[in-house]
Unconditional design. Sequence first.
Length: 318
Amino acid sequence: MTKRERVLAVIQGQRPDHVPAGFSMHFPKGEEAGEAGVESHLRFFQETDLDICKIMNENLAPYVGEIPSPGDWSKVAAACRESRFVEAQGEFTGKILARVEEDAYFLGTLHGITASAIHPMEKFYGYEGARTRLAEHLRQEERPVLEAMEELTRRQCQLVREYAEAGIHGVYYAALGGESRWFTDEEFARWIEPFDRRILLEIQKAGMHAFLHICKDGLVMERYRDYPAHVVNWGVYEAPLALDEGKRLFSGKAVMGGLGNRSSQWSLSALPELERAAGELIAGGREGGFLLGADCTLPASTPYQVIRRVGELARERV
């Protein structure tokens, strides 16, 4: 099988010739965007030699600064009517795909509605402050906030189409909002889930596979049980939800992950233990329905030879 065929086999419920592997990382500042970002991706893909190649997305929703009241979300809606940040990511992706030779499976990154909603103000309030501001404003006066989220959703659906035109095979949708400390089940179902679902369905409508990545800890994983996705990835150590439990929760979908993403786990000195953990996951995933990955992106300090070795291990354990 080619790398792409191997991933497709897992998604389609078939047994691959060996377990596919895919890992990604945020590249250091100055090496993550523009031509330098293209070169960073190409070097990472070549040196790690993985089945799944994920293109990162640093083209965020426009920054607007302070949002003092719910009514000020009109600034976000107005800023997001300008689609340049989406077009820039499409162009960046196209430049990378134009220079790849290997028959890998390519993933495009898409920031979910919750992450996209905090990006316009995160530099001003900080991560925790922006999350708090979003939840508080939705409770105070939902209409202007939801109007901004609607505009953000239109832009994300536009990015889906940009990815399809560029030749991407699947979209990695990073979902936030499932943590119990931010929204009740009812609030999540009213304010977050409808937007998540629209974008995930748009991915499939465009002919690509939807990879649902469920971010952060303290998650109510049941909220995601019936989401329209082909593959589900979460932090088994963060959620917390063991891999076997997740396979049951997301029955009928492939799962991706199993390994942690802390720097101490991905150092050269920790490689023997990493190989042991990866070997156990590979042994349990040979029959299909499993893609070897990590809880989230790996630290930028991770040696490429360590990542490559884990991918090689999957090929050896057939």
